[in-house]
Ligand binder design. Structure first.
Ligand code: FAD
Length: 473
């Protein structure tokens, strides 16, 4: 349904934000009709860029009165159709919310506006010898507001956790237009429900984040990077479980299968091996002696698990090119076929080997082309299908394959998404993880905060429950 914005509402919005921040031209509507997720394109009624939180609050009140959907949008890099305006309404941009407000070296916090680019903030705190660990591969373009709302992870998630673990305080405009402040620069705070955590990962469905205070940690003194090569996928996957079972938590423990390696090497041209079945990219940081000791143990575990070779990067440049190559996996694949569908089924680490085998069997069963890479140490795999959305018959097989992958992940004690969120894309699968009672509990929260369903509607909860995927044995 495309929500109509009457002349009166348009004038009220322009009065609030100024003509230069209201755009309902065809070009802009087209630009903001899609995000990084294929197949969910839909036109908004207008694109609005408020200049401050007071304007955000007034926009929200107006939209709430007239039942106009609001789709908050950072850089649109989400992979769950989280910013596609499938119910029409206005796309809300944060281009004026791009300031790093404070780096507090006494409390080890950074306070930012939601439109700040993740890497810009990381560089700003690193210049002061501080460290913000969450590093989604999209960090060169993603925004902090988007990271918070997707609860994004990254290569360093295994040791340091995900965005949620660093959000201390939020300023949020509620769907009623009221502005609340959750949390604070506090190491401890148990005053009532943990509203900060409620808004992290809420995918723009509960309110609009207008400011965030994030935790920083001291910069690790030293780091080392290693590449372990394998002739079979299972040995690589087994190494992951064995490393954790040996009580070593590396900073990074990434997995790439041969298909991914070939594509990434063709793109990055850094001399990655393409004649092996899988590699693990392993990184450790901390005090020099600890890192060196851990790297010896890690190399030995990989060798015991039949790694054909284990190579430590000799310089930071070499290490950085390995990390950059891994981060470019999705972009590298996206060049090969018209449509790239990347998923993030996640299982307990101990089940990685079984999940990798299952993904390959499922790809064979449906005759689809799936490359797999991901944050193996987190159990978070990215089976990625290279396909063509114009081929309806193939797309049906791709959908069936992903359905089977989600079902298998849940069977193994996992989840349908480890870091990309539910959005529109995974809404039909949410009950596989939560069951009806779990979904009802979440809907009760949504209903109480946003009774008119104006905040990013049709995301997280499947609009038509008949379209839910059911498991048939
Ligand atoms: C190449 C590539 C690599 C990626 N790598 C990773 C990765 O390593 N790890 C990972 O976890 N994810 C990754 N992602 C997906 C990830 O979700 C996003 O990159 C990132 O978190 C989204 O940031 P964004 O600014 O683009 O937000 P958007 O996509 O614009 O928005 C994301 C969600 O946040 C909401 N939102 C945005 N701003 C606000 C706000 N101020 N208030 C309320 N809601 C808001 C939106 O409504 C939407 O639901 C990757 C994506 C791409 C394309």
């Amino acid at each position: 349904m495309i929500t109509l914005i009457t002349t009166e509402i348009k004038e009220a919005l322009i009065h609030l934000v100024g003509t230069e921040n209201y755009d309902d031209s065809k070009v802009s509507k087209l630009v903001y009709s899609y995000d990084a997720t294929p197949q969910y394109q839909s036109m908004p009624a207008a694109v609005v860029a408020p200049r401050n939180k007071e304007e955000v609050a007034e926009i929200v009140k107006l939209c709430n009165t007239h039942y106009i959907p609001i789709i908050p949008r950072g850089s649109g890099t989400n992979l769950c159709a989280g910013t596609c305006p499938t119910e029409g309404g206005i796309v809300l941009l944060f281009k004026h919310f791009n300031s790093i407000l404070e780096i507090d070296e006494e409390n080890l916090t950074v306070t930012v506006e939601p439109g700040v680019i993740t890497l810009d903030m990381i560089k700003a705190v690193e210049a002061k010898g501080l460290f913000y660990p969450p590093d989604p591969s999209s960090m060169k373009i993603s925004t902090i507001g988007g990271n918070i709302n997707e609860n994004s992870g990254g290569l360093r998630g295994l040791k340091y956790g995900v965005t949620r673990d660093y959000v201390l305080a939020l300023e949020v405009v509620l769907p009623s237009g009221e502005i609340i402040h959750t949390g604070g620069k506090l190491a401890k705070d148990v005053a009532g429900y943990d509203l900060t955590r409620l808004f992290v990962g809420a995918e723009g469905t509960l309110g609009i984040v207008t400011q965030a205070t994030l935790k920083l940690v001291p910069m690790p003194a030293f780091k080392m990077t290693m590449l372990a090569l394998y002739h079979d996928l299972e040995s690589a996957a087994n190494s992951v479980s064995k490393i954790i079972a040996n009580k070593i938590i590396p900073t990074t423990l990434e997995f790439l299968d041969q298909a991914t390696l070939k594509v990434v090497e063709e793109y990055a041209q850094i001399g990655l091996p393409t004649d092996v079945s899988a590699v693990l990219l392993i990184e450790q940081d901390g005090p020099m002696e600890v890192v060196q000791e851990d790297m010896k143990k890690l190399a030995s575990i990989c060798q015991q698990e039949q790694a054909v070779s284990v190579n430590v990067a000799e310089s930071e440049e070499e290490a950085d090119s390995l990390r950059t190559a891994r981060r470019s996996a999705l972009s590298a694949m996206a060049r090969l076929k018209p449509t790239t569908i990347l998923e993030d089924a996640t299982v307990p680490r101990s089940e990685i080997a079984k999940m990798v085998v299952s993904i390959n069997e499922i790809a064979d069963k449906y005759e689809v082309n799936i490359c797999t890479f991901g944050h193996a140490g987190d159990g978070n795999l990215h089976p990625t299908c290279l396909t063509d959305a114009r081929d309806e018959e193939e797309i049906k097989r791709v959908e069936k394959a992903f359905e089977d992958i989600f079902i298998r992940a849940v069977e193994l004690g996992g989840t349908i998404t480890g870091e990309h969120g539910v959005g529109m894309m995974k809404a039909p699968y949410l009950h596989l993880k939560l069951g009806d009672a779990g979904i009802n509990a979440m809907q009760a929260i949504k209903q109480s905060l946003d009774p008119n369903n104006i905040m990013n509607p049709a995301k997280i909860f499947a609009k038509d429950t008949r379209k839910r995927v059911v498991v048939t044995k």
